[in-house]
Every structure is written in structure tokens, then in C-alpha cells.
Design a binder for this molecule. Structure first.
Ligand code: APR
Length: 240
């Protein structure tokens, strides 16, 4: 990344590619020939409010499966390296993740913001309370706060507003370095962060298996698996 001496504030955007080597399916390009999630399920059916209204059982079952699966997965060296960076970096740092798994946290990272929600939360559409949730939702369990049977997965679907955008843009405005890791750059607003960060004066770096859609906006691109690229980059940052 060249000279790090003028870098104090870092914003890191992560996507499904960071968790791919933990065995969690990516959405758009399958790893090792395996079909991606959106090749196995129709986005309109399982990841939109309209799909949920049409067939709630299908949607609840889909997320019950995913919620159960992520709890059997473990963080990989990319998550661990980012947690180390979080622990040791003295300047500002924010890991904005599009991932709904909890692998950044389980690796020990603390400055994590889930802009697309979290599998391990249930959201009560009656009282608006979010509760930590590890079991299924298909049987319409009662909300721990209000007892209504109106819990849904706390994940942001297509057509819904991502969470905590004000905080994200505030961090991007202060950022000296923006790093995008393991995301295809296909979904806005996250896909636009690189342009925002760049126009606000930050250096921009991409770490991904293949070039993302907005690859041309990055000052530097490194291609390879996250489990290899991320620890190497973190060592550079902390060592330099
Ligand atoms: N290391 C690094 N990058 C990888 C790896 C790996 N081991 N495996 C895959 N990738 C890259 C792919 O090349 C791809 O560019 O990760 C990216 C994953 O892209 P997507 O599947 O589109 O995932 P993401 O960018 O996180 O999707 C964004 O789309 O459907 C929504 O809400 C969902 O948050 C998600 C959003």
C-alpha cells in the first residue's frame, strides 16, 4: 500500500468473499464450481418484502437454514487478521460488513457495523424490538419483548434501506484509507462507497478474488483469496 504514515482513519467494507473460505456460500459467484446462493434460490422469493408477504413460510425456512448453518462455521484467517488490526490500530477504524454472519465478531473484532443486518437477530414487526435469536422462526415464536408472533429475520432485503448509513458516511468522510474486501460491487449503496471515499480524498484499495464491478475506482487492486491477502495486508499496515 506504499506509505502508511499519513493514514490514521480506516474504513473497511467486507462482503461474502471474506466468509467464503469459512464455507458460507457467496451470492453471485460460486467458489470451486459450487453454485452461488442466488443461483440456488430466486432473490425475489427469499430476499424481498414482497416475497415474504407472498410466502412467509418459504422465507422463514430459508433463513432458519442459513441461521443454523452459520453457527457451525468458524472464522478464517481473514476474519482473524481484521480482528487483530481492530485491536491494534490506534486510529479510527470501522469494519462495515454486508455480511449477516457473525464471523467478524467471533474472531474478536469489535468495531463492526452490519449494514445488511444479522442472521442472529430477530426483528419484531409489531414492537420494533430486535432480539438475539439462534433458533428457528418458522413456528412463529413470541417476541420476548411484546409477545406478538411477528418476528422476522433482521436482514435487509432488496428494496429496504440498509442500516446506519449516517454513521457509515460520517466514517467515510473522515477516512484516509478505504479498503474493500471480498465483495462483487454489485449492490448499492455499498458498491458506491469507493467513489464516495475517493472523492472525499481517501486512498482506496481492493482485495478480492477477481476484479469487482467498480474495480476501476480503486487506486490499487490485489487479487487472491482473502485468507491469504488480508493477513498479508494487515501485517504491512501494522508493521509499517
Ligand atoms: N477471497 C476473496 N474474495 C472472494 C473469495 C475468497 N476466498 N471467494 C469469493 N470472493 C469474491 C468473489 O470474487 C466476489 O467478487 O467475493 C465476491 C462475492 O460477491 P457476492 O457474492 O456478490 O457478495 P457481496 O458482494 O457480499 O454481495 C453483496 O448482495 O445479495 C446481496 O445482501 C447480499 O450483502 C449481500 C450483497
Amino acid at each position: 500500500m506504499g506509505d502508511m504514515s499519513d493514514i490514521r482513519n480506516i474504513v473497511i467494507l467486507t462482503g461474502a468473499g471474506v466468509s467464503a473460505e469459512s464455507g458460507i456460500d457467496t451470492f453471485r459467484s460460486g467458489t470451486d464450481g459450487a453454485p452461488s446462493l442466488w443461483e440456488q434460490h430466486r432473490v425475489e422469493d427469499v430476499a424481498t418484502p414482497e416475497g415474504f408477504a407472498r410466502d412467509p413460510d418459504l422465507v422463514l425456512r430459508f433463513y432458519d437454514m442459513r441461521r443454523e448453518a452459520i453457527q457451525t462455521k468458524q472464522p478464517n484467517p481473514a476474519h482473524h487478521a481484521l480482528a487483530k488490526l481492530d485491536a491494534e490500530w490506534r486510529g479510527e477504524l470501522l469494519i462495515v460488513t454486508q455480511n449477516v454472519d457473525d464471523l467478524h465478531e467471533r474472531a474478536g473484532a469489535r468495531r463492526v457495523l452490519h449494514m445488511h443486518g444479522e442472521h442472529l437477530n430477530a426483528w419484531c414487526t409489531t414492537c420494533d424490538t430486535r432480539s438475539r435469536w439462534t433458533g428457528p422462526l418458522i413456528d412463529r415464536p413470541a417476541c420476548p419483548a411484546c409477545e406478538a408472533r411477528a418476528l422476522r429475520p433482521d436482514v435487509v432485503w432488496f428494496g429496504e434501506m440498509p442500516y446506519r448509513m449516517d454513521e457509515i458516511y460520517a466514517a467515510l468522510r473522515r477516512a484516509d484509507l478505504f479498503v474493500s474486501i471480498g465483495t462483487s460491487g454489485a449492490v448499492y449503496p455499498a458498491a458506491g462507497f469507493v467513489r464516495d471515499a475517493r472523492s472525499l480524498g481517501a486512498k482506496t484499495l481492493e482485495l478480492n478474488l477477481e476484479r469487482s464491478q467498480g474495480s476501476g475506482w480503486f487506486d490499487e487492486t490485489r487479487l487472491g483469496p482473502a485468507s491469504n491477502l488480508v493477513p498479508g495486508w494487515v501485517d504491512e499496515v501494522l508493521g509499517g
